[in-house]
Design a protein around this ligand. Structure first.
Ligand code: ATP
Ligand code: MG
Length: 455
C-alpha cells in the first residue's frame, strides 16, 4: 500500500494556503496601487487641462482673437490637446497633433475621461468644457505608457516580496512541523518495536504531554497490556491442556501395556477394558470442558434469554440427588420463587451443576448442603454453601485459574480437571455478574454468585 508522509501533507497544505495568500495579496496590492496611480494620473490630467483652459481665450466678437499663453502651460511635450469653440472650430492645438489624432479626439463619445490607442501607444484623455460664457472646450490627452510601466514594476515588487516571504514561511513551517511531529514519530517507532517476543511499550513523555497523542499512547498501552495477558493466558492454557492430555494418554497407554503384558482370562480383560473406558470418559470430559471454555471465550455474541434461575437450580439438584444420597449428604434447596436472569440455559445448567457438584464432592457424610436463590439489592443471588474441609486462604486467589486444583492427587482421583470454576467464572463474566468464594479450612465453603436481574 502506498504510504503518505503526514509532515509532507501538512507542509504541502500550509504552503499551498500561503501561496494562495501571497498570490492574492500580490494581485490585490497591485490593483490597489494601480487604482491609486490612475487616480493621481487623472488628477494630473485634469490639472493640465484646467491650466490649458485658463490659458485659452475665445474672443466672440471677432471670433479669431485667441490668447494662449504657453508659459502658463505645464503640459508634457508628448501630451496632445485641442481647444475647441462651441461651434467645433479648433481654437488651438498642440504642435505634435496630426489630423488623424485630431479626428480620434473629437470622435470619442462625450465622456469626461476616455482611453484610446494611437501610434502603438495608449492614451488617456479628458474632455473638459469651460464654465465661462465663451463656451470653449479642452480635450487633453496624455500617454499612459508610464502608468503601465509603473504597474508592471509594482506587480514585480509585490511578487518578489511575496516569494521572499513564502520562502521564509516554508523554512519556518518545515522546521516547526518537524519539531512538533517528533513525538508522533517517536510514538510510531516505539509502537513498531512491539512484537510477540517483546511486549514492552513505553510511550514517549512528549507524546503523553500532547493532548491529541495522549489518548493514542494510553490506548496502545492498555491494548498491549490486555493482549499480553490474553496471550500469556492462552499460552498457559495450551501448555496445561497439552500436559493434561498427555497425562491421560500416558495413563491409557500404561493400562494397555499392563493388560497386554501377559495372557489373561476373560474376566481380567473385561475389567481392563472397563478401566480403559473410564480413562477415555475422563479424556472426553476434559476435551468437552476445554471446548466449553473456548466457546465462552470466543468473541461471537451469543443470544441470551431470560431464564428462571430457581427452576434450573431445582432441576440440577434433583438430578444430583442420587449422588448426594451416595455421599450421604442432605441438600437444603431454597428456590421457591421464580428469579429471572439473562443467560443461555445451557450455561446456567453448567454453572449450577459445577458449583453443586464441587460442594457435594467436598461435603462430609451426614452434612447439609445449602443451595438457595434469592433477590438482593444488587440483583439475583445464587448461594451454595457446604460444610466440607474448606480451602486454604493461599489457594483462594487461584481457584478460577484453569487446571488449578487445591489437592491435585485428590482431584485426579475424583476425576477433576481443574476447569470447573474457570468455566463458572467465564459464564458469570459473560452475563456481567460476579462470583465470589469464601472459605475457611475446617469451616466449609460458600460460593456467592450475583447476577443483574432480568426485567
Ligand atoms: P472439574 O474441572 O471437574 O470441576 P475440579 O473440581 O478439580 O475439576 P474446579 O471445580 O475448578 O476443579 O475446582 C478447583 C479446585 O478448587 C478443586 O480442585 C478443589 O480443590 C477446590 N474446590 C472447589 N470447590 C470446593 C469446595 N466446595 N470445597 C473445597 N474445595 C473446593
Ligand atoms: Mg469442579
Amino acid at each position: 500500500m502506498k504510504t503518505q508522509s503526514l509532515t509532507r501533507v501538512l507542509t504541502g497544505g500550509v504552503l499551498l494556503a500561503n501561496l494562495l495568500c501571497s498570490v492574492s495579496y500580490s494581485v490585490v496590492a497591485t490593483l490597489h496601487e494601480m487604482h491609486g496611480r490612475r487616480r493621481a494620473f487623472d488628477i494630473t490630467l485634469r490639472g493640465r487641462a484646467d491650466s490649458l483652459l485658463a490659458a485659452a481665450r475665445n474672443d466672440a466678437p471677432t471670433r479669431n482673437l485667441l490668447t494662449l499663453e504657453p508659459s502658463q502651460l505645464t503640459q508634457d511635450p508628448d501630451d496632445v490637446y485641442q481647444v475647441l469653440a462651441s461651434s467645433g472650430r479648433v481654437i488651438a492645438e498642440s504642435p505634435n497633433i496630426t489630423p488623424d489624432l485630431a479626428a480620434i479626439l473629437v470622435s470619442q463619445p462625450a465622456a469626461d475621461y476616455f482611453d484610446f490607442t494611437w501610434g502603438g501607444k495608449t492614451y488617456r484623455a479628458l474632455r473638459l468644457p469651460s464654465q465661462r460664457p465663451d463656451a470653449i472646450m479642452v480635450i487633453y490627452a496624455a500617454s499612459t505608457s508610464d502608468l503601465r510601466h509603473e504597474a508592471v514594476e509594482a506587480a514585480e515588487f509585490y511578487a518578489k516580496s511575496s516569494a521572499a516571504l513564502l520562502f521564509v514561511v516554508i523554512v519556518l513551517v518545515i522546521w516547526f512541523l518537524r519539531s512538533r511531529l517528533s513525538p508522533l514519530k517517536e510514538l510510531a517507532v516505539r509502537a513498531g518495536r512491539v512484537s510477540v517476543d517483546s511486549w514492552d511499550f513505553d510511550p514517549p513523555a512528549d507524546a503523553l504531554r500532547t493532548r491529541e497523542l495522549r489518548p493514542i499512547a494510553t490506548s496502545i498501552q492498555t491494548l498491549l497490556h490486555g493482549l499480553r495477558l490474553s496471550f500469556e493466558r492462552q499460552r498457559r492454557f495450551t501448555g496445561d491442556a497439552a500436559h493434561e492430555l498427555k497425562t491421560s494418554i500416558a495413563v491409557l497407554k500404561s493400562s494397555l501395556q499392563l493388560l497386554t503384558m501377559r495372557p489373561r482370562d476373560a474376566n481380567e480383560y473385561q475389567a481392563g477394558v472397563s478401566d480403559l473406558l473410564s480413562d477415555i470418559s475422563r479424556m472426553e470430559d476434559l476435551t468437552e470442558q476445554m471446548l466449553t471454555l473456548a466457546r465462552l471465550e470466543a468473541d461471537e455474541v451469543q443470544s441470551s434469554q431470560s431464564i428462571d434461575l430457581s427452576r434450573i437450580v431445582k432441576s440440577i439438584t434433583a438430578r444430583m440427588q442420587a449422588f448426594a444420597v451416595l455421599r450421604e449428604v442432605a441438600m437444603d434447596v431454597q428456590a421457591n420463587e421464580s428469579h429471572l436472569i439473562t443467560m443461555q440455559p445451557k450455561d446456567a445448567d453448567i454453572l449450577c451443576s459445577n458449583l453443586v457438584l464441587n460442594a457435594l464432592q467436598h461435603s462430609p457424610a451426614n452434612s447439609i448442603l445449602l443451595v438457595s436463590v434469592r433477590c438482593v439489592d444488587s440483583g439475583i443471588q445464587l448461594h451454595v454453601a457446604d460444610r466440607g474441609e474448606g480451602i486454604p486462604s493461599a489457594a483462594l486467589p487461584h481457584l478460577f485459574d484453569r487446571f488449578y486444583r487445591v489437592d491435585t492427587s485428590r482431584s485426579r482421583q475424583s476425576g477433576g480437571t481443574g476447569l470447573g470454576l474457570a468455566i463458572c467464572k467465564a459464564i458469570v463474566d459473560r452475563s456481567r455478574g460476579n462470583i465470589q468464594i469464601n472459605s475457611e479450612p475446617g469451616n466449609g465453603t460458600e460460593v456467592i454468585v450475583t447476577f443483574p436481574g432480568s426485567l
